[in-house]
Design a protein around this ligand. Structure first.
Ligand SMILES: Cc1ncc(COP(=O)(O)O)c(C=O)c1O
Length: 445
């Protein structure tokens, strides 16, 4: 080994030693503080049950137990979860699943999945970049691009990872991510990963965004505004034409997460561009998930050829992750075809959602800003009350609705969040709202 090389080796070993000595002092004069038994690391840094997350969970469970409530999470549905479901052997009316057009469980969609698994096997056994590509991937992506009338689309294996990877890859430390304050966690994590500066603006408030852009746009290179097409906690939508006007004036990118709006908004369920009759090319990045209306799993980005190709070659959650299994891609492809043949499902979803909203308002319930499109919250103002209502509705009335508790929403806006499906009936809704009204009256007396 040459002198140069052995020097280099010594330096590398020294650096590695420094990295592996926890918070070791760099001063040679200071006494050793290695983690030997004379200087143990506090248990809170070595035990999972001392982790703040676990402790928060334990506190929540204790609180629920004191109120005589069951854990409202991880309820097991024993079959297809749509407008109705079966939980612990008990059939119930179900408002907790985003199977908006009822295609998850549809025999035609199941059949597509079965044929795909028979033809391609259950895994594509590689990243798509390196041998995981199957014809069905591009068929699905072309169908998504067609729905948006844009150049192309790319499908990721997870909706959450789609936002993380897309924002994480496209933006960097000289850039700015501006997002609605209610944006989904996946966009927040993507923004954090990118290293870009992040700012939020008040919910659905283009004026607030305009003010931030006027003040800060010039300090950054790339700027992206991220909004959702239908907010899943509140059931309200952004004024998309106004956001497009802003994005053009300030020369920034606009990204719309259509996880909940695709399949729901617009006469054919094509999402916010159809609803507002805007040119889809006025939005730079359309994002959506396959897990809601499209009855599969995964996410997509649709837009220009350059955007899609860049992500296809560089977005880490695409490049370094396995390709979508064929039996997961096939149902979404089938649903896109069925949506074209059956626009009446979208119309039924719209009318049953409006009915829910009207009836809830008649009962004097607080539905926030919901526009009555598949998502309607009933805000009850306290997490224990929301948990109690959800528990009692299931136990006594066989109605399943998820409570949304602090910290997912501020404590004073804790709520029951109702997802509507095209096959909910007026009878389901009347029965549910009557039971809820009775329980609310009892809680107030
Ligand atoms: C707005 C929004 N974006 C992204 C996601 C992540 O999608 P997925 O659950 O399909 O991973 C969700 C999940 O519900 C969502 O509501």
């Amino acid at each position: 080994m040459t002198a140069k090389r052995s020097d280099l080796k010594r330096q590398l070993l020294e650096q590695a030693r420094k990295r592996t000595t926890p918070r070791a002092t760099s001063s040679a004069a200071a006494p050793s503080q290695g983690n030997d038994s004379s200087n143990p690391v506090p248990e809170r840094f070595t035990r999972f049950d001392a982790h703040p997350g676990y402790q928060q969970l334990a506190m929540l469970r204790q609180g629920a137990e004191q109120l005589g409530l069951k854990d409202p999470f991880f309820k097991v549905h024993e079959g297809i979860a749509g407008a109705t479901s079966v939980i612990q052997g008990q059939p119930c009316i179900n408002f907790a699943s985003y199977n908006y057009l009822g295609y998850s469980g549809d025999p035609r969609v199941n059949q597509a999945a079965c044929e795909a698994v028979t033809r391609y096997g259950s895994s594509v056994s590689a990243s798509r970049v390196v041998s995981g590509e199957r014809p069905i991937h591009r068929e699905l992506e072309h169908a998504i691009a067609k729905a948006y009338q844009v150049d192309d689309a790319v499908a990721f294996v997870s909706g959450h990872a789609t936002n993380v990877s897309t924002l994480g890859y496209l933006l960097g430390p000289k850039d700015l991510v501006l997002h609605d304050e209610y944006i989904h966690n996946s966009s927040l994590v993507g923004a954090q990963l990118s290293g870009a500066k992040r700012m939020s603006f008040s919910h659905n408030d283009p004026d607030a965004l305009d003010a931030l852009l006027s003040r800060h746009r010039h300090q950054f290179e790339r700027v992206i505004v991220v909004i959702e097409g239908l907010y899943s906690m509140d059931g309200d939508i952004p004024d998309l034409p106004r956001f497009i006007e802003l994005k053009k004036r300030h020369q920034v990118w606009l990204m719309v997460d259509e996880a909940h709006s695709f399949g729901v908004m617009g006469d054919n369920g094509l999402g916010l561009h159809e609803y507002f009759a805007i040119d889809p090319r006025d939005v730079d990045i359309w994002m959506g998930t396959m897990s809601k209306t499209l009855s599969g799993c995964g996410g997509y980005i649709a837009g220009t050829k350059a955007l899609v190709e860049t992500l296809r070659y560089f977005a880490p959650g695409f490049l370094y992750s396995v390709g979508m299994p064929a039996q997961v891609a096939a149902p979404s492809l089938k649903v896109l075809a069925l949506m074209q043949q059956e626009p009446e499902r979208v119309e039924k979803l719209h009318s049953i959602s409006r009915y829910f909203l009207q009836q809830a308002k008649k009962h004097g319930m607080d539905t926030g800003h919901s526009i009555g499109a598949a998502v309607v919250p009933i805000i009850v103002g306290s997490s224990p009350l929301a948990a109690h209502l959800s528990h009692t509705l299931l136990e006594q009335y066989h109605i399943n609705v998820q409570p949304i508790l602090y910290p997912a929403v501020p404590e004073k806006s804790a709520r029951l969040r109702f997802f509507l499906a095209y096959d909910h009936t007026q009878a389901h809704i009347d029965q549910t709202l009557e039971a809820l009204a009775k329980l609310l009256a009892q809680a107030q007396s």
